[in-house]
Design a protein around this ligand. Structure first.
Ligand code: FE2
Length: 274
């Protein structure tokens, strides 16, 4: 199966890159499954139903969230009817929506999408290890699901690596989100799970993690907030990673970063060259 994961889409710049580039990638690379982290897609904060639809229409099969899941309050309501929108699994019991979704991929196969949030340097929710473990135990790769993608939304590289190894052999891909900066450690772990500590953001990199630089710079240098954070509006770099899995085991055969447009040096998966 051919899987594309798209890192945190930030604001209009990120959404424009997705709508302009994703349909061509789906077509040219014959993608079976596209997962997009959309927690910053609405002006940098949260997601609306209209934007959820826009990302699905552009080619996303599932959309994951994170600490900004509820910044747009309407998400608390529409998530119940948005069956491809996945919020962190380890949010408190009773939270609207779902932390995992079994979706049908374009090739008719079943893909489990799991989203969880870290506890280091973040609001500590339920134990992500225990929650992910329960999910992977109840939906086994190669049996109940043909592919499993875990988006671990987290600040600390150590916690992300730990989740990667914790899931190794039980998921097709464990990918980190949230820091908005791509890492260069994409690899297939010893048990066969593709892994990358952070997929990077799909947004304007002439920014401070996607936001126009002035206000964050002011807060760093003076400690005094004076304005709202506004997303940067320059051309976005589309940032994520590509994974090809074995159809029988669901484990990864190949992994490569995907970066194109905007300011970062481009890199595309050579194994899907069209
Ligand atoms: Fe985040």
């Amino acid at each position: 199966m051919r899987i594309l994961f798209v890192g945190d889409v930030v604001g209009r710049a990120g959404r424009t890159a997705v709508s302009e580039l994703l349909p061509g990638m789906v077509r040219d690379w014959s993608l079976d499954l596209v997962v997009v982290n959309g927690e910053n897609s609405a002006g940098g904060f949260g997601i609306t139903e209209a934007i959820y639809r826009e990302l699905i229409d552009a080619g996303a099969d599932a959309i994951t969230l994170g600490n900004h899941a509820w910044d747009q309050r309407e998400a608390l309501v529409f998530i119940e009817r948005a069956d491809r929108l996945v919020r962190p699994l380890n949010f408190p019991k009773g939270t609207p929506g779902r932390g995992a979704a079994l979706v049908e991929a374009r090739n008719g196969k079943r893909a489990l999408i799991v989203n969880a949030i870290g506890r280091v340097f973040m609001t500590p929710f339920d134990d992500p290890f225990a929650c992910i473990n329960r999910e992977l135990d109840s939906c086994r790769l190669g049996e109940a699901a043909d592919a499993i993608v875990v988006d671990f939304h987290c600040e600390a590289t150590s916690e992300k690596q730990a989740i990667g190894f914790f899931c190794d052999g039980r998921a097709s891909l464990v990918v980190g989100t949230h820091t908005h900066v791509p890492t260069s450690d994409h690899q297939i772990l010893p048990g066969g799970t593709a892994y990358m500590t952070d997929a990077g953001m799909t947004g304007d990199y002439d920014s401070i993690i996607g936001m126009q630089k002035e206000e964050p710079m002011r807060r760093f240098t003076t400690g005094i907030p004076q304005a709202r954070f506004e997303p940067a509006l320059g051309a976005a770099t589309f940032s994520g990673l590509a994974v090809e899995t074995d159809d029988r085991s669901g484990l990864a055969l190949r992994v490569a970063p995907v970066r194109t447009g905007g300011r970062l040096e481009p890199t595309l998966p050579g194994f899907w060259a069209s």
